[in-house]
Design a protein around this ligand. Sequence first.
Ligand SMILES: Cc1ncc(COP(=O)(O)O)c(C=O)c1O
Length: 386
Amino acid sequence: MIPLHEPRFDETDEKYVLEALRTSWVSTGGPFIDEFEQKIAEYVGTKHAVSVSNGTVGLQLCLEVLKRKLEITNTFDVIVPNLSFIASANAIIHAGGVPVLIDTERNSLNIDVNLVSEAIEKEYRRSDIDGFYRSKATERVLLAICPVHLMGWTCDMAKLKKLSKNTGIPIIEDSAESLGAFYHNGAHVGQTGLASVFSFNGNKILSTGGGGMVVTNDDYFAKKLKHISTTAKSDNLRFEHDEIGYNFRMVNILAGIGLSQLDKMPSRLERKKEIFELYKGEVSKFSCGKIHQEEHNCSNHWLINIIFQNNNEKERVLKALLMGGIGARPLWTPFHKQPALQDKSFLWSTYDQSEAMWERTLSLPSSPHLTNEQIMNIVKIIKEQF
Ligand SMILES: Cc1ncc(COP(=O)(O)O)c(C=O)c1O
């Protein structure tokens, strides 16, 4: 079986793990954590990086920090794309909010920023008293916009940033899949929003098994996030806690793996680009689907996707690939169709574009260590279905 996306570890990763074990720094404190945070902040180009136990809780914590800062005690709304892995919506619900689902742009995997503007204009009213945008229907505060850079392709952050500046609504970027990707303006993902969250899950480009990182340029945000992610302890000796916190920090063993994996990012990104170009070139030789590419964008090519004319073609190819031992995967079911989100999210407008992408798209194996021969075999199986 060729998996969709597989992590790979070597002796360097093992050395870090051994050192953590031998020095007994195994838990949520230790030198590797501090160093990994510092190195990720340098890599992304932000002032701060705070490690967390996974991307989902990283997103949840960001919303918690915002809630506490703005003294929001009731439930609230958060704008999120309709097409993403369910963690993007779960984190909002875990933090006590309601995901407001926005369709994707036409032929894109990412949120339609024009629709975000439209939703704010039609559904919310700015309060003259506190400046919050409140829902005309429910009075809920619109706490944040959480765009997702899906599959490593970045959203139109220039447009979103302008919207955020005009409205004062903060952006929390779900960059879980996008370490090593760049915005249209050439800056590394994670520099635009108030905060941005990466995941180091087993299937990501940099994997620590499980883990995540929140990056930000905001001093208050970083300090508060670190505080509430480590039980909000205000007196280390007497274990006094000044607010309700969480145990959401990364552990030192995993941060060690992160350090070792970070060194491999340049070669991984290079190979991923080669794989993307090979798929693209080979698929373009016959008329059955197209390798997905977003405009003006520098993706990390986390997962490489092929778009077919319709659902039937996609399903036919998926079946053939699975029978051939190829771990291709259809896109996640969009949020407006997710049973778990039915009474927990706010459906706004229609979802024609995300539904069309969902019906036509397959993610192809994209591990950086795939061989050209394996890729040619995958393409051959696709080709045989037409
Ligand atoms: C878009 C997106 N958001 C959030 C997450 C959550 O990250 P984690 O698995 O580290 O909790 C993931 C994936 O894992 C993801 O793909």
